[in-house]
Ligand binder design. Structure first.
Ligand SMILES: [Zn+2]
Length: 282
């Protein structure tokens, strides 16, 4: 029997799973991301071997932080400095001799949510709030790409924000008013001096307000039917946070229909499930 492999290469952990031809996960393993590229690659190869057993690998998909060169499969995740300019596609094809696809984690997660999250929206936007913040837009189930295959970076839009500590709003891209700098895990740490799970209700209200302003911009520009939000920060805080952000969006959105705004259905597995979808269907 042949299997399909999904990889989720994140800033804190790496997850690898094997799946059958219907996308059902057969085996899965995870490990912490290390501080060296060699060790991470070594771990990835070992984990693939472990979940594959003796089966033939029919295809492989991988999710990793952006930016990346989608056509060449060269990755440079912003939050993983040791992974700069890594020719992942070439390395994996050489080692495993099977079709290999890699894409920005938020695009991959959008595919996962669309394929396995019970959706049929023709215009669907997936957002992730984790270490960083980003999104993937699907049109009729296909990833929207910009010029030269560029991935739209919704986390790096300027927004009208509220912040009790405005001098700490500093994005890792170098700008001082990005949405990511206000609502991502790293942004929250910089502004409030603590991790997202330690914020009080007042601080969460500020984060929800800022996310709501970002949602308003994205709804106005993309007019999606549904926006689903995943990633550790959102999944950890849950439905209340999402509905607060949705209210802010609705209060400021006048001329276009408001999309449904919901928490991800796949929790922490969205990118992994999306990587399996890429292995199966791309
Ligand atoms: Zn930025």
């Amino acid at each position: 029997m042949g299997v399909f492999i999904g990889l989720d290469i994140g800033g804190t952990k790496i997850m690898v799973a094997s799946a059958d031809g219907e996308g059902n996960i057969l085996q899965r393993v995870r490990t912490a991301t290390s501080t060296s590229l060699e060790a991470d690659l070594e771990n990835i190869h070992r984990m693939i071997k472990e979940v594959t057993a003796e089966a033939e690998i029919l295809g492989m998909g991988a999710a990793i932080g952006g930016p990346l060169d989608w056509e060449q499969g060269i990755v440079s995740p912003l939050h993983q400095p040791v992974w700069r300019n890594v020719p992942l596609k070439a390395l994996m094809k050489e080692r495993w001799r099977c079709p290999f696809h890699v894409d920005v984690d938020t695009n991959v997660a959008a595919l996962g949510e669309y394929r396995w999250g019970g959706l049929s929206a023709a215009r669907f936007l997936y957002l992730t709030l984790s270490t960083g913040m980003g999104g993937g837009l699907l049109i009729d189930g296909k990833i929207y790409r910009g010029q030269g295959g560029a991935h739209p970076e919704v986390g790096h839009q300027s927004i009208h924000f509220r912040c009790s500590n405005p001098s700490a709003v500093q994005c890792e891209c170098g700008v001082t008013d990005c949405l990511e700098a206000l609502v991502s895990g790293n942004g929250i740490r910089r502004i409030y001096g603590k991790p997202a799970e330690a914020l009080n209700a007042e601080e969460w209200e500020e984060v929800a307000y800022n996310l709501g302003q970002g949602l308003r911009n994205m709804a106005a520009l993309y007019t999606p039917e549904i926006i689903r939000i995943g990633g550790g920060v959102a999944v950890g805080e849950g439905h209340g946070f999402i509905s607060q952000a949705r209210e802010v969006m609705q209060a400021h959105l006048k001329l276009v229909p408001a999309p449904r705004v919901e928490l991800s259905q796949l929790g922490y597995d969205t990118a992994l499930r999306g990587a399996i979808a890429m292995a199966l269907f791309e």
